[in-house]
Design a protein around this ligand. Structure first.
Ligand code: ACO
Length: 450
């Protein structure tokens, strides 16, 4: 894995003051510290080019060894022409044009759809022994208003193949999809979504309920896929089986509330195995209907208290990048996996079991799981590849909110216009970053690299 994020950020405390909201609304209320953003020099193709080339270089992968490449993104340019086609430039010199995969779009879910396709390709008769590459990337910007502090920007690239550092479990993926207008982008002349914030929060939790139950049904039906020797044959697989529970993170407070909700969901499952295993502190809610409980503030508060230790131990370590960068849409879940890896050492992380939840508005959601390898040499390679992430975060530039607003106004005004010559300062970009040099009359984009 590798991650790219912008070299500029706005601090959420600065933004609270600038927007005239009460102190703590973004930092405590939403759980966010900083928000990464980029100017008119970068677009979705450039950030995908940057992270893909960086991954190939860091892990010394020959472009000829990639047989499948798929992009998950909801940041749209050129509509019918996929970002994947732009990335083919990175393979030109190797002569490799035989690369399956295209791009997947459904809000924050496209990265997961791409990952599942990559795994399926490797398990299929079409697999030719080469690696698959998955890139999840987005520039997440909202119109001025309540949703704007939940923006962000980032790109994660993942190499998929045998001898993996993180091994995905088979036969347990659970999915929930439905037709909802909680967040969508009907105005093709704008980068901004139409978003119904409260509805999107409710849909996220509803999807969590559905995916959780289906996941554990499947996990218990396919126990041999998940169990190893230390786990008793008789006991059911439940939340306690996992060392880390990692989420798509639109903003960190929603993730904390999701861990709280899982406490209720898990207790409902435990109760079916043995009524005495139901948490006595939840007695009042023994028969509560899930669909009636989304706006029950008293229950939410109780669950937040009961799950706080679980949150600190199993989920909080995965939120470092989400707090520092914000929502990266399709890349968010995968940035959380990277944060989890960066939170500990090779010695401590071997064999750890991860439960993963992906959500994309509209809506498409999945729960799946993975285990970190027991092979320290393989895991060390991943650690070495991610070794520069923390220092890159520290080297970022803190930009005042007025400049952040000005930059977003510039992106808004110049979005999708042609011809256009970007004005952003190239000296702010780190070595290896791709940027737009020009957009000509026919909307052809050309890129260069710092
Ligand atoms: N100190 C501490 N907490 C505070 C303060 C303060 N001074 N002021 C407000 N808060 C708390 C509120 O009590 C609230 O907490 P709660 O959720 O526990 O009730 C929280 O801050 C948010 O404040 P609200 O006024 O309720 O909400 P707001 O109008 O700011 O909107 C929202 C928040 C809906 C998340 C908005 O930012 C949004 O629409 N974001 C985009 C949609 C989104 O991310 N959805 C998630 C799933 S879909 C996806 O991935 C895109």
């Amino acid at each position: 894995m590798d991650i790219y994020f912008p070299s500029s950020y706005v601090d959420q405390t600065d933004l609270e003051e600038f927007n005239g909201v009460s102190k703590g609304k973004y930092t405590i209320g939403l759980g966010q510290l900083k928000m990464g953003f980029t100017d008119d020099r970068e677009d979705i193709s450039s950030i995908c080019l940057t992270v893909t080339e960086s991954l190939l270089k860091k892990y010394q992968i020959s472009p000829a060894d990639i047989g499948f490449l798929m992009i998950g993104t909801e940041t749209i340019i050129d509509k019918s022409k996929s970002i994947k086609t732009v990335l083919m430039d990175l393979f030109k010199d190797s002569g490799n044009t035989d690369i399956e995969g295209i791009h997947a779009t459904n809000a924050c879910y496209g990265g997961t759809a791409s990952l599942f396709h990559a795994m399926d390709w490797i398990e299929s008769s079409s697999w030719d022994g080469r690696y698959a590459l998955v890139v999840a990337a987005d520039i997440a910007v909202y119109a001025s208003g309540a949703a704007r502090p939940t923006g962000g920007c980032g790109a994660v690239a993942m190499l998929i193949g045998p001898n993996a550092a993180i091994c995905l479990d088979r036969k347990v993926r659970s999915t929930y999809m439905a037709n909802v207008y909680d967040f969508y982008k009907p105005d093709l002349s704008s980068e901004y979504p139409y978003v119904d914030g409260p509805l999107s929060n409710q849909c996220y939790l509803q999807a969590l309920d559905r995916c959780f139950n289906l996941y554990f049904d499947k996990a218990n039906r396919n126990r041999e896929e998940l169990l190893n020797h230390e786990y008793s044959e008789q006991s059911a697989i439940e939340l306690g089986h996992f060392d880390a529970v990692i989420f798509h993170a639109p903003y960190c407070k929603l993730v904390q509330k999701s861990v709280a909700r899982m406490h209720l969901l898990n207790n409902f499952r435990l109760k079916t195995y043995d009524p005495n295993r139901f948490d006595t502190k939840l007695e009042k809610y023994r028969n509560v209907k899930l669909e009636d409980s989304y706006n029950d503030r008293e229950l939410e508060k109780l669950l937040l208290t009961l799950s706080s230790e679980n949150f600190s131990k199993r989920t909080d370590p995965s939120l470092m990048l989400a707090r520092e960068i914000g929502n990266m849409y399709t890349a968010s879940l995968y940035a959380c996996i990277i944060s989890f890896i960066l939170s500990d050492s090779v010695e401590n992380l071997t064999d750890k079991r991860l439960l993963l939840f992906s959500y994309g508005s509209g809506l498409a959601a999945s729960m799946f799981s993975a285990r970190i390898t027991s092979d320290k040499t393989i895991l060390s390679r991943l650690f070495n590849g991610l070794a520069d992430v923390k220092s890159r975060l520290q080297q970022r530039r803190r930009v005042p909110p007025a400049k952040f607003e000005e930059t977003l106004n510039l992106r808004e005004k110049t979005h999708n216009i042609a011809p256009y010559s970007p004005t952003g300062d190239i000296s702010l970009l780190k070595a290896g970053t791709y940027y737009i040099t020009d957009i000509n009359q026919k909307y052809h984009r050309t890129y260069s690299k710092v």
